[in-house]
Design a protein around this ligand. Structure first.
Ligand code: SAJ
Length: 420
């Protein structure tokens, strides 16, 4: 079959770019989101998230009539589910968004439709999703009961794009396609081949689910290795960045970079899906999470100890005169995304602990988020270097790398990214 209409459920960081790219290939795309504001914004040809060039692609897709957004699913030939999969308080996967999305799609399904789960999911989620749809549509057959002959095809094709490079990676990256049957996989490959220039590699749904979790856990474990080294080297008076550069000269060593912690919605979340399914066995993956989650506390302790030294040197106990300047709030360099950011949580914690006056420099935002207005003040890099007693570099934004700060004798630098 050919795909004339495709529906993308969830118009966030993954769903919206995917919908726009499908529309740019001249398919009729209906985007569905529960948030009416998001739907209105997109229907005006505008976007509600920050991603380079996405505004232009969405604007063109909407104005040429290929992309339209709505709050409730309509009939389509293929449905692509790209909703969040956070974890609950006890690190268990929260499947409620996938459940709600699949149950909202079920009523409009017709024989021959393809449903793809793109959300990063625990092993078994695709089958679970098919089960939810089957419960609501006893008149249709699904792969877990009818195999290759099923009316509805179901597959998992995990998203793998890097925020900041989404439009390029959507097209160029290879895709892992895990259909519940071979026919499901074949249909899914046909759809992705409409816009993916990378290879579409077929496996089963459970392996595809585990593959995505493995990719992000691999990165988390490797960042944890770098973060652990940074703590060890700090105690031993060794420059960890120089050390890593030297070790990486070995042809089979490639260590990642330490930082103030691991942020974002993916790397710090997905390893828990492996741990929660195999709590006894996932010892390294759990330990890595612990190492990375501990790093912000370590940074806070370093700042507090620097402040104690500063007060002692000035023979005072008056913290209200100490100024701390945090460079960077985003969860990684060169983006404005503050969600799950270790830098933001460090700045907020320092303010909460009343260690001094907290100033922040973040070239990618124009105002401090309202909930932090009383915690810290946004200033320029020049002002920050002028007033700071403690200079805390948290994010290696390109603008910071261009500065060569000339610190005064009594200023302390804590550089979590090794650029100064
Ligand atoms: N980080 C370090 N040191 C490093 C690399 C990253 O401390 O050497 C930190 C970053 O500062 C950030 C966090 O890790 O706080 C995560 O950043 P990231 O760039 O590693 O990853 P994300 O979360 O932006 O995107 C990841 C990607 N996964 C992999 O690279 C394996 C992306 O391809 C996935 O699509 C995305 O997760 C996702 O949605 O799952």
């Amino acid at each position: 079959m050919t795909f004339k209409t495709v529906s993308v459920i969830g118009l966030g960081y993954i769903g919206l770019p995917t919908a726009a790219v499908l529309a740019s290939r001249k398919l009729q795309v209906v985007g569905v989101d529960v948030n009416p504001k998001t739907v209105d914004t997109i229907n005006q040809g505008k976007i509600h998230i920050v991603e380079p060039d996405l505004d232009m692609v969405v604007h063109a897709a909407v104005h040429e009539g290929y992309l339209r957004a709505t709050t409730s699913p309509e009939q389509a030939d293929a449905f692509l589910i790209a909703v969040p999969t956070p974890f609950t308080g006890d690190h268990q996967p929260d499947m409620s968004f996938i459940e709600a999305a699949s149950k909202s799609v079920a009523p409009v399904l017709k024989k021959g439709d393809l449903v793809i789960l793109e959300s990063t999911s625990p092993v078994g989620a695709t089958e679970q999703m098919a089960g939810w749809m089957a419960e609501l549509r006893p008149d249709l057959t699904f792969p877990m009961t009818h195999g290759a002959e099923s009316d509805i095809r179901v597959a998992h094709c995990p998203e793998r794009v890097l925020p900041g490079h989404v439009l390029r990676e959507l097209v160029q990256n290879d895709r892992v396609i895990g259909g519940m049957t071979e026919k499901c996989s074949a249909a899914c490959v046909r759809l992705y081949k409409l816009f993916v220039e990378g290879e579409c590699i077929v496996t089963d749904a459970r392996t595809a689910e585990m593959c995505k979790l493995t990719e992000n856990s691999f990165r988390d474990v490797n960042i944890a290795f770098a973060n652990e080294l940074s703590v060890i080297c700090d105690k031993q008076g060794i420059n960890v960045w120089e050390l890593i550069k030297l070790a990486n000269r070995h042809p089979r060593v490639n260590i990642l970079q330490p930082g103030p912690g691991v942020g974002g919605h993916c790397i710090a979340v997905d390893p828990w899906f492996i741990v929660s399914a195999a709590p006894e066995d996932a010892r390294l993956i759990r330990a890595a999470r612990g190492v990375n989650d501990y790093k912000p506390q370590w940074v806070i302790a370093k700042v507090e100890s620097a402040i104690e030294d500063h007060l002692r040197a000035n023979q005072t106990k008056n913290k209200s005169k100490v100024n701390v300047a945090c460079f960077g709030l985003a969860f990684k360099p060169n983006i404005d995304d503050l969600r799950e950011s270790p830098a933001l949580s460090i700045a907020a914690s320092l303010a909460e602990r009343a260690v001094g006056n907290i100033f922040v420099v973040e070239p990618n935002i124009s105002a401090v988020p309202p909930q932090f207005e009383n915690s810290f003040t946004l200033i320029t890099d020049k002002e920050a270097l002028e007033v700071a007693d403690v200079v805390l570099l948290l994010v290696d934004h390109r603008q910071f790398a261009e500065i060569k700060p000339q610190l005064r004798k009594n200023q302390v630098l804590i550089d979590c990214k090794g650029i100064w």
